[in-house]
Design a protein around this ligand. Structure first.
Ligand code: ZN
Length: 224
C-alpha cells in the first residue's frame, strides 16, 4: 500500500508535460531524446555556475599545518633588501580576516636569498621552492630573488625598467604560504591585477597591495 497513491500518476503527468515541451514541432529539432536534453541542460547550467565561481578564485597549492611560519635572511641578501622582504611578508600577516602570521627568526629553516636564476629580463624575477610533507603540508621554503634583474629596493616608485622588490616579495610570500597563481580573470591588466597573478611588470607597484582575491586566498587557507 502506498502512502501517496497518486504520486506515480503525478510523475506521469509531469513527464508528459516535459515531453510535450520537446515533442511535436519542437521535437524535430532534437537528435537526442528529450529527457536527455533536459538533463543535459540542467548539467550545463550547473557547470556554468561552477566554472563562473571557479574562474573568480585564487588557486591553492598546499598549506602549513600551523597559522604562522618564519623566515631568515641568507648571507647573500644585502641589508638594504631586508625591509622590502619584510614588507612582502607583512602584507599577508596584515589581512585581518586571516590568522596567518609571517615573522623573521634567525634560526628559521626557511631562507630568503639573492642569486642567479635565469638572467636579466627573463622569465623569473624570483622563485619560491616549497618543502612539503606528503602532498599538501608545507614545512619550509626557499625564496630566491634573481640577482641579474635591475631591482628597486625602496619604498617609493621604481623607474620604468626596475623590478619592485616589495611587489615581488609580496607575490613570493603568497606562494610560500600556499597560494598558486590566481586565475586569469583576476588579472585583467594594470593595477586591477591581483598580487598572485603570474607576472609583475617592471616599473609597477600595484602588487604591493593585496587584492580581494589574494585576501580571500589566505583567509581560506588560515581562517579563524
Ligand atoms: Zn609566481
Amino acid at each position: 500500500m502506498s502512502i501517496y497513491p497518486n504520486f506515480s500518476s503525478h510523475l506521469h503527468k509531469a513527464w508528459r508535460y516535459l515531453k510535450s515541451l520537446f515533442n511535436g514541432t519542437k521535437g524535430e529539432y532534437f537528435l537526442i531524446p528529450p529527457g536527455q536534453v533536459v538533463i543535459a541542460g540542467i548539467l550545463t547550467i550547473l557547470l556554468a555556475v561552477l566554472f563562473w565561481q571557479g574562474a573568480r578564485a585564487y588557486v591553492v597549492c598546499c598549506n602549513w599545518a600551523t597559522t604562522s611560519a618564519t623566515y631568515k635572511y641568507h648571507s647573500s641578501l644585502p641589508i638594504n633588501w631586508q625591509s622590502g622582504t619584510n614588507y612582502g611578508a607583512n602584507v599577508w600577516t596584515n589581512v585581518s580576516s586571516s590568522n596567518w602570521v609571517w615573522s623573521y627568526n634567525s634560526s628559521s629553516g626557511s631562507v630568503v636569498r639573492l642569486g642567479p636564476i635565469d638572467g636579466i629580463n627573463n622569465k623569473a624575477a624570483a622563485v619560491t621552492y616549497y618543502f612539503i610533507i606528503g602532498t599538501t603540508t608545507i614545512v619550509g621554503f626557499e625564496l630566491k630573488y634573481d640577482s641579474a634583474e635591475t631591482w628597486y629596493t625602496g619604498s617609493g616608485t621604481p623607474s620604468a625598467g626596475q623590478v619592485d622588490l616589495r611587489s615581488v616579495a609580496a607575490h613570493e610570500f603568497g606562494h610560500a604560504l600556499g597560494l598558486n597563481h590566481t586565475q586569469l580573470s583576476n588579472c585583467p591588466g594594470g593595477s586591477s591585477n591581483a598580487t598572485m597573478c603570474s607576472g609583475v611588470p617592471p616599473g609597477t607597484t600595484y602588487a604591493r597591495t593585496l587584492a580581494g582575491d589574494d585576501q580571500n586566498g589566505v583567509t581560506y587557507l588560515y581562517h579563524p
